[in-house]
Structures are given as structure tokens and as C-alpha cells.
Design a protein around this ligand. Sequence first.
Ligand code: CAA
Length: 407
Amino acid sequence: MTQPGPAPAPLHPHPTDSPEDSMQAIGIHDLALATAHHVLDLGDLAESTGTDPNKYRIGLGQSLMSVPAPDEDIVTMAATAARTLLERTGTEGIRTVLFATESGVDQSKSAGLFVHKLLDLPSTVRVLEVKQACYGATAAVQAATGIIARNPGEKVLVIAADVAKYALDSSGEPTQGAGAVAMLIAADPDLLVIERGSGLSSVDVDDFWRPNDSAVALVDGALSLTAYLDALTSAWDDYRDQGGVAIEEIDRFTMHQPFTKMARKALKRLGQHTGAELGDELQEVSFTYNRDLGNTYTASMWAGLAALLDLEDDLAGRRIGLFSYGSGATGEFFTGIVQPGYRSSRRAAQVQEALEARVPIALPEYRELHARVLPSDTDVETERVTKAPYRFAGIRGRARVYEATGA
Ligand code: CAA
């Protein structure tokens, strides 16, 4: 018979760990954002259907959406974001690449392996793809913190990249978009320490999904809104049960933003649920990039975080509450503490440049691109459009081919 050992450590310690808890601080060391070649003005989309543009601008809180060129996809945006990041941080210590996406390009191979090659990363890394609708990148970041807790010298490259695509003329169409956020997760990070308390909520619900033979997502719009809000309050309750801090101890919020108005609805619901006064000034800045990117699915909440860190000047030492939601559905509420040096590596100019470099696309061209389907049984060579450093060159022998453009 085994003798009883020392009492086990609590499974879910309070996020502000006690001094005797020697767990190292782990979190986001740096991040970078990339988007697609084209931009569509939602005013043009509204005009084409006789819709009041304010339905999109005010009702949904969206102005523009990124649209990929024929030679762009999640891999090219991911590689661009990761290149920007790694030019600053280097690749030393990276032994894991986690690629989170809803819009995967292969049923078997991780999109991360294409990025791995484009960026010439060492062979001594594990590479995999993570999927749970818009939640995937949060799972990847949490997994990364676990890997680093075990091997504090290692770093994990997490990339969230998506192309949000709904049927033409559907109510989801104005909530499309495209973008990627690459993050380096490490011990003693420069930007955000991710605290250990986390609230979870999963239920099986058909609010948004994409069958294997469909290029566009299917959605029950009204159900998706209630599923999101229910996941938020359930995840919050679990967060508190796990020892998470009181709502008053959270200084800013960034939530999943399928359209920015959704996050307004979410914060209002959280206020009602907790009885706290939660004004939109606690999250308004997090809308800055997403309003012009559109929905970037897995990247959306992280683009919100990027905006907060890039554009707010007084966040050092402050706690940010993050709510990640992936239809189907999984939600997670967790928090992070902004690090003192966060302002030294800001990316606002680079993001602004990427947003402004987008080439406006006219409605007919957008609709033609949207409807385009790549043949599955013949080789394809895509036209050269993107000005990004990497492009999707086409399909040869049924395998996707990517190349550097020299940009
Ligand atoms: N001026 C100002 N506001 C106007 C307006 C006008 N002229 N006309 C309408 N509005 C407002 C409406 O009042 C409404 O606001 P409230 O919700 O605050 O009342 C808003 O504009 C939208 O109007 P509708 O509800 O009539 O819009 P809709 O039914 O055509 O479509 C939608 C809305 C269901 C969200 C649709 O865009 C959709 O299906 N989107 C995709 C699904 C989605 O994003 N769901 C979010 C939760 S799921 C998730 O988060 C995961 C994910 O990424 C997909």
C-alpha cells in the first residue's frame, strides 16, 4: 500500500499566485498582425443591396472588410505576420508552432508546415493545427503556456489566421474579413503575463459551422448571438469559481469581435450579470483594428488586444479581461497583466500601413472572387496580385504551392 504523500497543490489556484508558488510568469512576449491585399467598403456593399449603410457602420459597428487576392490565403497572411514578429524577436528557443484556424487549407496537413518552410524555421520543432471555430487560438495560447511551464527556456509561436466567408447576399456577408495575428509565447514576456485562472464553457450547439464540402460558413444568426452571450456568462461564473478576481479588478476588456457591436452587447451582458458598471470605454480602443479588418475569426480577439496595447498609453500593470468564443461552442474567460515595457515594441504604425496599403476592390470583382472555386483535379497557377512577402502560387499534383515574392 502506498503511503499518503504531501497534500497535492490546488488544481486551480487563484490567478494572483501566492509568493511560495514558484510558477514563472508566462505570456505574450511580442505579437504582429497582417491582413489581405484588398479592402471592401461596407458602404458599397450596402448600396448594392439597397441597405442603409448605417446598419453596417452603426448597427454592426463595421466600416471595411479585408478581402484576400487570388494568391492569398491563411498561410500567406500567417507567414507575413510571423515574419514581422520574428524579425524583431528571432527564432531562438522556438520548438513549437501552433496554427489556429477555422479556414484550414488541407484536411490533414497543418497549415503551419507551409509557414514553417516559408520562414525557414528549424526542423527541430513540432507543428500542428488547432481548430474550434474562432476559439482555436486561445486553446493554442493556453497549451503554449503549459509547454513553457514545463520547459521555461522554450518559446512557442502561435499563429491565428482566418478568412471569414459567408454566402453572397446572406446576412452574414457584411461580417466577413481576413487577417492573421502571430504571437510569441514565452516566460517573462514583454507584453502580457497570462494569469492562471480561467473560466470555461462548452456546449454542443449548431449556431455556426462549416461542412467539409462548403467554402462558406452556415449560421443561425440569432442563435449565434445568444450562444455567445450564454458562453460568456457561464465562462465568467466558472472563472469566479476557479478563484478568478472580482470584476472590479479588471481594467480593460477585449472580447471576440465577429463584428464590434457584438462585444458591446457582451460587455453590457457581463455588467448585468455581475451587477457592475461596465462602460464601453473599458473596451472601445480594442475595436480600432477589427472595425476595418472585419471578422478574422480566431485572430479577432487578439487583434483587439493588439489595438489596446498599441494605442492605450497607461496600461502598465493593468489587468485585461479576455473573452474568447468559438461557435459550436466553446468560450473561455481569462485575464492578463500588461507588462511595464509594453510600450517599447508598439506596432500601430505597421498595422496602419498594412490597413492603408489595401487596394479597394469593386463590388463585381469582389463577387467574382468570392464565387471562385479552385478545381480539384487539375493543376492551377494563380495570377500574381499580392504585394505581400509570400503568395499562394497554385496547385500542382493536388498539392498547394507557396512561394516568397521577394517583397
Ligand atoms: N441604422 C443603425 N442601426 C441599424 C440600422 C440602421 N439603419 N438597421 C439595423 N440596425 C441595427 C439593428 O437594430 C441591429 O442592432 P441590435 O442588434 O443592437 O438591435 C443591427 O443593426 C443588426 O441588424 P439585424 O439584427 O437586423 O441584422 P441581420 O439580422 O441582418 O444580421 C447578424 C445580423 C445575425 C449578426 C448577421 O450579420 C450574421 O449572421 N453574422 C454572422 C454570425 C455572427 O457574427 N454571429 C456572432 C456570434 S457567433 C461568433 O461570434 C462566432 C463568429 O465569429 C461567427
